[in-house]
Design a binder for this molecule. Structure first.
Ligand code: NAD
Length: 364
Protein backbone atom coordinates (compact mmCIF):
# COMPACT_ATOMS: atom_id res chain seq x y z
CA UNK A 1 0.00 0.00 0.00
CA UNK A 2 1.15 3.60 -0.65
CA UNK A 3 -0.03 5.99 2.03
CA UNK A 4 0.24 9.77 2.30
CA UNK A 5 0.35 10.92 5.92
CA UNK A 6 -0.28 14.64 6.40
CA UNK A 7 1.29 16.09 9.55
CA UNK A 8 3.78 13.22 9.68
CA UNK A 9 6.40 15.35 11.42
CA UNK A 10 4.08 15.92 14.39
CA UNK A 11 3.61 13.88 17.54
CA UNK A 12 1.00 11.35 16.35
CA UNK A 13 1.82 11.52 12.63
CA UNK A 14 5.44 10.58 13.32
CA UNK A 15 4.27 7.64 15.47
CA UNK A 16 2.06 6.49 12.57
CA UNK A 17 5.02 6.67 10.19
CA UNK A 18 7.36 4.85 12.60
CA UNK A 19 4.72 2.13 12.98
CA UNK A 20 4.23 1.83 9.20
CA UNK A 21 7.97 1.52 8.61
CA UNK A 22 8.53 -0.88 11.51
CA UNK A 23 5.49 -3.12 11.33
CA UNK A 24 4.23 -3.14 7.71
CA UNK A 25 5.63 -3.36 4.17
CA UNK A 26 3.80 -0.20 3.10
CA UNK A 27 5.34 2.87 1.52
CA UNK A 28 4.64 6.20 3.15
CA UNK A 29 4.96 9.83 2.09
CA UNK A 30 5.09 12.43 4.83
CA UNK A 31 3.45 15.72 3.74
CA UNK A 32 4.08 18.42 6.32
CA UNK A 33 4.79 22.15 6.18
CA UNK A 34 6.90 22.00 9.38
CA UNK A 35 5.26 24.49 11.70
CA UNK A 36 6.83 24.86 15.16
CA UNK A 37 5.22 21.44 15.95
CA UNK A 38 6.82 19.62 13.03
CA UNK A 39 10.07 17.86 13.84
CA UNK A 40 11.77 15.58 11.33
CA UNK A 41 14.05 14.28 14.09
CA UNK A 42 11.02 12.32 15.36
CA UNK A 43 11.50 9.76 12.58
CA UNK A 44 14.94 8.15 12.99
CA UNK A 45 17.19 7.68 9.94
CA UNK A 46 17.32 3.93 10.62
CA UNK A 47 13.63 3.87 9.60
CA UNK A 48 13.55 6.51 6.85
CA UNK A 49 16.34 4.74 4.97
CA UNK A 50 14.32 1.51 4.56
CA UNK A 51 13.60 0.30 1.02
CA UNK A 52 11.02 -2.02 -0.46
CA UNK A 53 12.79 -5.38 -0.71
CA UNK A 54 11.20 -6.31 -4.07
CA UNK A 55 11.52 -3.04 -5.99
CA UNK A 56 14.23 -1.30 -3.93
CA UNK A 57 12.00 1.82 -3.97
CA UNK A 58 12.40 4.00 -0.88
CA UNK A 59 9.64 3.23 1.61
CA UNK A 60 9.73 6.75 3.09
CA UNK A 61 9.62 10.14 1.41
CA UNK A 62 9.15 13.61 2.82
CA UNK A 63 7.62 16.56 1.00
CA UNK A 64 7.50 19.94 2.67
CA UNK A 65 4.09 21.33 1.82
CA UNK A 66 1.04 23.07 3.19
CA UNK A 67 -2.36 21.37 3.22
CA UNK A 68 -3.78 24.69 1.96
CA UNK A 69 -1.64 24.44 -1.21
CA UNK A 70 -4.00 22.79 -3.72
CA UNK A 71 -1.58 22.97 -6.64
CA UNK A 72 1.27 21.22 -4.85
CA UNK A 73 -0.96 18.59 -3.23
CA UNK A 74 -2.68 17.80 -6.54
CA UNK A 75 0.67 17.39 -8.31
CA UNK A 76 1.83 15.13 -5.50
CA UNK A 77 -1.29 12.93 -5.70
CA UNK A 78 -0.92 12.49 -9.44
CA UNK A 79 2.75 11.59 -9.20
CA UNK A 80 2.75 9.44 -6.02
CA UNK A 81 -0.61 7.68 -6.72
CA UNK A 82 -1.49 6.84 -3.10
CA UNK A 83 -3.92 4.10 -2.07
CA UNK A 84 -4.87 6.02 1.09
CA UNK A 85 -4.50 9.36 2.82
CA UNK A 86 -4.22 9.61 6.59
CA UNK A 87 -4.91 13.25 7.47
CA UNK A 88 -3.28 14.35 10.73
CA UNK A 89 -1.91 17.82 9.85
CA UNK A 90 -3.50 20.35 12.18
CA UNK A 91 -2.94 23.11 14.66
CA UNK A 92 -3.41 21.11 17.85
CA UNK A 93 -2.73 23.15 20.98
CA UNK A 94 -5.81 24.46 22.82
CA UNK A 95 -4.00 27.35 24.56
CA UNK A 96 -2.62 28.62 21.25
CA UNK A 97 -6.14 28.46 19.77
CA UNK A 98 -7.40 30.74 22.55
CA UNK A 99 -4.62 33.26 21.84
CA UNK A 100 -4.95 33.11 18.04
CA UNK A 101 -7.97 31.26 16.63
CA UNK A 102 -7.64 32.39 12.99
CA UNK A 103 -4.76 30.04 12.16
CA UNK A 104 -6.79 27.13 13.57
CA UNK A 105 -9.66 27.90 11.22
CA UNK A 106 -7.29 28.25 8.26
CA UNK A 107 -5.37 25.01 8.86
CA UNK A 108 -8.00 22.76 10.39
CA UNK A 109 -11.09 23.85 8.46
CA UNK A 110 -9.89 25.43 5.20
CA UNK A 111 -6.88 23.07 4.94
CA UNK A 112 -9.07 19.98 5.42
CA UNK A 113 -11.59 21.25 2.85
CA UNK A 114 -8.75 21.78 0.39
CA UNK A 115 -7.39 18.24 0.93
CA UNK A 116 -10.85 16.76 0.49
CA UNK A 117 -11.34 18.50 -2.83
CA UNK A 118 -7.87 17.62 -4.15
CA UNK A 119 -8.22 14.01 -3.01
CA UNK A 120 -11.76 13.65 -4.39
CA UNK A 121 -10.69 14.88 -7.83
CA UNK A 122 -7.73 12.47 -7.80
CA UNK A 123 -10.01 9.61 -6.66
CA UNK A 124 -12.40 10.28 -9.55
CA UNK A 125 -9.57 9.66 -12.03
CA UNK A 126 -8.40 6.40 -10.45
CA UNK A 127 -8.82 3.07 -12.29
CA UNK A 128 -11.96 1.25 -11.04
CA UNK A 129 -10.21 -1.38 -8.91
CA UNK A 130 -7.92 1.08 -7.14
CA UNK A 131 -10.78 3.56 -6.78
CA UNK A 132 -12.93 1.09 -4.87
CA UNK A 133 -10.23 0.44 -2.27
CA UNK A 134 -9.10 4.09 -1.83
CA UNK A 135 -9.56 5.55 1.69
CA UNK A 136 -9.36 9.04 3.23
CA UNK A 137 -8.95 8.81 7.02
CA UNK A 138 -9.53 12.01 8.97
CA UNK A 139 -7.91 11.91 12.41
CA UNK A 140 -9.82 13.92 14.98
CA UNK A 141 -10.24 14.39 18.68
CA UNK A 142 -12.77 13.61 21.43
CA UNK A 143 -12.68 17.33 22.29
CA UNK A 144 -15.32 17.90 19.57
CA UNK A 145 -17.86 16.45 22.02
CA UNK A 146 -17.28 19.08 24.73
CA UNK A 147 -17.14 17.79 28.30
CA UNK A 148 -19.01 15.06 30.14
CA UNK A 149 -21.28 16.24 32.93
CA UNK A 150 -21.75 12.89 34.64
CA UNK A 151 -19.17 10.41 35.91
CA UNK A 152 -21.29 7.63 34.40
CA UNK A 153 -21.16 8.79 30.77
CA UNK A 154 -18.58 8.18 28.06
CA UNK A 155 -18.30 9.55 24.52
CA UNK A 156 -19.46 7.22 21.75
CA UNK A 157 -19.79 7.57 18.00
CA UNK A 158 -23.34 8.86 18.64
CA UNK A 159 -22.44 11.66 21.06
CA UNK A 160 -23.62 15.06 19.75
CA UNK A 161 -20.96 17.65 18.97
CA UNK A 162 -20.53 20.49 21.52
CA UNK A 163 -16.97 21.86 21.21
CA UNK A 164 -15.77 24.33 23.84
CA UNK A 165 -12.51 25.83 22.52
CA UNK A 166 -11.52 27.39 19.19
CA UNK A 167 -9.33 24.28 18.64
CA UNK A 168 -12.14 21.80 19.21
CA UNK A 169 -14.60 23.94 17.22
CA UNK A 170 -12.18 23.96 14.28
CA UNK A 171 -11.77 20.17 14.52
CA UNK A 172 -15.56 19.77 14.72
CA UNK A 173 -15.86 21.90 11.55
CA UNK A 174 -13.37 19.66 9.77
CA UNK A 175 -15.20 16.49 10.89
CA UNK A 176 -18.46 17.87 9.45
CA UNK A 177 -16.77 18.64 6.14
CA UNK A 178 -15.33 15.13 5.92
CA UNK A 179 -18.71 13.54 6.68
CA UNK A 180 -20.37 15.79 4.07
CA UNK A 181 -17.84 14.77 1.40
CA UNK A 182 -18.75 11.15 2.13
CA UNK A 183 -22.48 11.76 1.98
CA UNK A 184 -22.64 14.22 -0.91
CA UNK A 185 -19.95 12.89 -3.22
CA UNK A 186 -19.69 9.26 -2.12
CA UNK A 187 -16.03 9.96 -1.32
CA UNK A 188 -14.66 7.06 0.79
CA UNK A 189 -14.01 8.75 4.14
CA UNK A 190 -13.48 7.44 7.66
CA UNK A 191 -13.23 9.50 10.87
CA UNK A 192 -11.61 8.72 14.20
CA UNK A 193 -12.13 10.71 17.42
CA UNK A 194 -9.44 9.90 19.95
CA UNK A 195 -8.70 10.84 23.54
CA UNK A 196 -5.50 12.48 24.82
CA UNK A 197 -2.30 10.82 23.62
CA UNK A 198 1.04 10.66 25.39
CA UNK A 199 4.38 9.00 24.72
CA UNK A 200 7.81 9.60 23.14
CA UNK A 201 8.53 12.56 20.82
CA UNK A 202 5.74 14.71 22.34
CA UNK A 203 6.28 18.46 21.95
CA UNK A 204 7.04 19.97 25.38
CA UNK A 205 4.13 22.44 25.38
CA UNK A 206 1.74 19.54 26.17
CA UNK A 207 1.08 18.52 29.79
CA UNK A 208 3.09 15.29 30.17
CA UNK A 209 6.35 16.28 28.44
CA UNK A 210 6.09 19.76 29.94
CA UNK A 211 5.95 18.30 33.44
CA UNK A 212 8.78 15.81 32.83
CA UNK A 213 11.12 18.39 31.32
CA UNK A 214 10.29 21.15 33.83
CA UNK A 215 10.97 18.73 36.69
CA UNK A 216 14.30 17.69 35.18
CA UNK A 217 15.26 21.37 35.07
CA UNK A 218 14.05 22.04 38.64
CA UNK A 219 11.35 24.44 37.35
CA UNK A 220 7.79 24.88 38.77
CA UNK A 221 5.26 22.28 37.56
CA UNK A 222 2.17 24.30 36.55
CA UNK A 223 -1.24 22.67 37.10
CA UNK A 224 -4.35 24.43 35.79
CA UNK A 225 -7.09 25.28 38.36
CA UNK A 226 -7.64 22.51 40.93
CA UNK A 227 -6.02 19.89 38.65
CA UNK A 228 -9.14 17.73 38.81
CA UNK A 229 -9.85 17.75 35.06
CA UNK A 230 -10.16 14.15 33.89
CA UNK A 231 -8.62 12.91 30.63
CA UNK A 232 -8.64 9.39 29.15
CA UNK A 233 -4.96 8.79 28.30
CA UNK A 234 -3.84 6.64 25.36
CA UNK A 235 -0.24 5.65 24.57
CA UNK A 236 0.61 7.08 21.15
CA UNK A 237 1.71 3.77 19.56
CA UNK A 238 -1.64 2.25 20.53
CA UNK A 239 -3.34 5.14 18.71
CA UNK A 240 -1.07 4.66 15.68
CA UNK A 241 -1.98 0.96 15.54
CA UNK A 242 -5.69 1.82 15.81
CA UNK A 243 -5.39 4.29 12.91
CA UNK A 244 -3.69 1.69 10.72
CA UNK A 245 -6.48 -0.79 11.49
CA UNK A 246 -9.12 1.79 10.61
CA UNK A 247 -7.52 2.84 7.31
CA UNK A 248 -6.99 -0.79 6.22
CA UNK A 249 -10.03 -2.58 7.65
CA UNK A 250 -12.52 0.09 8.70
CA UNK A 251 -15.87 0.47 7.00
CA UNK A 252 -16.17 3.45 4.67
CA UNK A 253 -18.38 6.21 6.06
CA UNK A 254 -17.95 5.05 9.65
CA UNK A 255 -16.63 6.91 12.69
CA UNK A 256 -14.60 5.18 15.40
CA UNK A 257 -14.01 6.60 18.88
CA UNK A 258 -10.64 5.55 20.31
CA UNK A 259 -9.50 5.70 23.92
CA UNK A 260 -7.25 4.03 26.44
CA UNK A 261 -9.77 3.35 29.22
CA UNK A 262 -7.31 5.21 31.44
CA UNK A 263 -9.20 8.04 33.11
CA UNK A 264 -6.91 10.15 35.28
CA UNK A 265 -7.17 13.57 36.87
CA UNK A 266 -4.41 15.93 35.66
CA UNK A 267 -3.07 16.22 39.20
CA UNK A 268 -2.81 12.40 39.45
CA UNK A 269 -0.81 12.38 36.20
CA UNK A 270 1.56 15.05 37.51
CA UNK A 271 2.05 13.26 40.85
CA UNK A 272 2.65 9.93 39.06
CA UNK A 273 5.39 11.53 36.95
CA UNK A 274 6.96 13.06 40.08
CA UNK A 275 6.91 9.64 41.80
CA UNK A 276 8.63 7.96 38.83
CA UNK A 277 11.26 10.69 38.64
CA UNK A 278 11.85 10.52 42.41
CA UNK A 279 12.69 6.82 41.99
CA UNK A 280 14.76 7.15 38.83
CA UNK A 281 16.85 10.21 39.64
CA UNK A 282 19.32 10.10 42.50
CA UNK A 283 21.07 13.32 41.52
CA UNK A 284 18.13 15.75 41.74
CA UNK A 285 18.39 19.45 40.79
CA UNK A 286 19.57 21.75 43.64
CA UNK A 287 17.68 21.49 46.91
CA UNK A 288 14.85 19.26 45.58
CA UNK A 289 14.01 16.19 47.65
CA UNK A 290 10.65 15.37 46.10
CA UNK A 291 9.68 16.58 42.62
CA UNK A 292 6.07 17.01 43.74
CA UNK A 293 7.22 19.98 45.85
CA UNK A 294 7.56 21.82 42.51
CA UNK A 295 3.80 21.55 41.79
CA UNK A 296 2.31 25.05 41.38
CA UNK A 297 -1.41 25.64 40.83
CA UNK A 298 -2.04 28.32 38.18
CA UNK A 299 -5.18 30.08 36.91
CA UNK A 300 -7.42 27.69 34.99
CA UNK A 301 -7.70 27.80 31.20
CA UNK A 302 -10.86 29.69 30.09
CA UNK A 303 -13.64 27.24 29.10
CA UNK A 304 -11.59 24.30 30.37
CA UNK A 305 -13.48 21.02 29.87
CA UNK A 306 -13.87 19.00 33.07
CA UNK A 307 -13.97 15.41 31.91
CA UNK A 308 -13.43 13.38 28.74
CA UNK A 309 -13.81 9.61 28.56
CA UNK A 310 -14.20 7.29 25.58
CA UNK A 311 -16.25 4.18 25.00
CA UNK A 312 -14.05 2.35 22.47
CA UNK A 313 -16.20 -0.77 22.21
CA UNK A 314 -17.04 -0.27 18.51
CA UNK A 315 -13.42 -0.41 17.34
CA UNK A 316 -12.75 -3.23 19.83
CA UNK A 317 -15.66 -5.34 18.56
CA UNK A 318 -15.54 -4.60 14.85
CA UNK A 319 -11.80 -4.24 14.23
CA UNK A 320 -10.44 -6.18 17.23
CA UNK A 321 -8.28 -3.28 18.40
CA UNK A 322 -7.31 -2.97 22.06
CA UNK A 323 -4.74 -0.70 23.67
CA UNK A 324 -1.68 -2.65 24.81
CA UNK A 325 -0.29 -0.17 27.37
CA UNK A 326 -1.84 0.48 30.76
CA UNK A 327 -1.32 4.04 31.96
CA UNK A 328 1.19 2.77 34.53
CA UNK A 329 3.37 0.98 31.96
CA UNK A 330 3.00 3.69 29.32
CA UNK A 331 3.91 6.60 31.58
CA UNK A 332 6.93 4.72 32.93
CA UNK A 333 8.13 4.07 29.36
CA UNK A 334 7.49 7.70 28.44
CA UNK A 335 9.48 9.13 31.36
CA UNK A 336 12.32 6.70 30.61
CA UNK A 337 12.27 7.76 26.94
CA UNK A 338 12.78 11.42 27.89
CA UNK A 339 15.62 10.42 30.23
CA UNK A 340 17.25 8.36 27.45
CA UNK A 341 16.80 10.93 24.67
CA UNK A 342 18.03 14.33 25.89
CA UNK A 343 19.34 15.20 22.40
CA UNK A 344 15.81 15.14 20.98
CA UNK A 345 14.24 17.39 23.59
CA UNK A 346 17.24 19.68 24.03
CA UNK A 347 17.12 20.37 20.27
CA UNK A 348 13.44 21.26 20.72
CA UNK A 349 14.01 23.49 23.75
CA UNK A 350 16.88 25.35 22.03
CA UNK A 351 15.01 25.59 18.71
CA UNK A 352 17.81 23.67 16.93
CA UNK A 353 15.28 21.13 15.61
CA UNK A 354 13.94 23.84 13.29
CA UNK A 355 17.23 23.75 11.41
CA UNK A 356 16.45 20.16 10.32
CA UNK A 357 14.45 21.47 7.39
CA UNK A 358 15.33 18.83 4.81
CA UNK A 359 13.68 17.66 1.65
CA UNK A 360 12.10 20.70 0.04
CA UNK A 361 11.48 18.47 -2.98
CA UNK A 362 8.70 19.90 -5.10
CA UNK A 363 6.27 18.08 -7.39
CA UNK A 364 5.46 20.12 -10.50
P1 NAD B 1 1.05 18.11 16.35
O1 NAD B 1 0.74 19.54 16.64
O2 NAD B 1 2.11 17.43 17.16
O3 NAD B 1 1.47 17.93 14.83
C1 NAD B 1 0.79 18.58 13.79
C2 NAD B 1 1.64 18.45 12.54
O4 NAD B 1 0.91 19.07 11.46
C3 NAD B 1 2.99 19.16 12.62
O5 NAD B 1 4.01 18.34 12.12
C4 NAD B 1 2.81 20.40 11.76
O6 NAD B 1 4.01 20.84 11.15
C5 NAD B 1 1.80 19.90 10.74
N1 NAD B 1 1.02 20.99 10.14
C6 NAD B 1 0.37 21.99 10.78
N2 NAD B 1 -0.20 22.82 9.89
C7 NAD B 1 0.05 22.30 8.67
C8 NAD B 1 -0.30 22.70 7.33
N3 NAD B 1 -1.01 23.81 7.10
N4 NAD B 1 0.14 21.94 6.31
C9 NAD B 1 0.91 20.83 6.52
N5 NAD B 1 1.27 20.42 7.75
C10 NAD B 1 0.84 21.14 8.81
O7 NAD B 1 -0.34 17.34 16.47
P2 NAD B 1 -0.62 15.87 17.01
O8 NAD B 1 -0.74 15.91 18.48
O9 NAD B 1 0.32 14.93 16.36
O10 NAD B 1 -2.09 15.63 16.43
C11 NAD B 1 -2.26 15.10 15.11
C12 NAD B 1 -3.74 15.04 14.81
O11 NAD B 1 -4.39 14.21 15.77
C13 NAD B 1 -4.44 16.39 14.89
O12 NAD B 1 -5.37 16.46 13.85
C14 NAD B 1 -5.13 16.39 16.24
O13 NAD B 1 -6.30 17.16 16.20
C15 NAD B 1 -5.45 14.91 16.40
N6 NAD B 1 -5.52 14.42 17.79
C16 NAD B 1 -4.53 14.71 18.68
C17 NAD B 1 -4.61 14.18 19.97
C18 NAD B 1 -3.51 14.41 20.98
O14 NAD B 1 -3.65 14.01 22.15
N7 NAD B 1 -2.38 15.00 20.62
C19 NAD B 1 -5.70 13.39 20.35
C20 NAD B 1 -6.68 13.11 19.39
C21 NAD B 1 -6.58 13.63 18.11
Amino acid sequence: MKIIVTGGAGFIGSAVIRNILQHTKDQVLNYDCLTYAGNLESIPDSLTERVDTDTLAPRYQFIKGDICDAELFTALLNQYQPDAIMHLAAESHVDRSIDGPALFIKTNVVGTCNLLECARKYWLTMPAQKKSSFRFLHVSTDEVFGDLQSDQLKFTEQTPYAPSSPYSASKAGSDHLVRAWGRTYGFPVLITNCSNNYGPYHFPEKLIPHIILSALQGKPLPVYGDGKQVRDWLYVDDHAQALLKVVKEGEVGETYTIGGNNEKQNIEVVKTICGILNQKINDKPDGIEDFSNLITYVQDRPGHDKRYAIDASKIANSLHWQPTESFESGIEKTVQWYLDNPDWWQNVLTGKYQLTRLGDTQYH
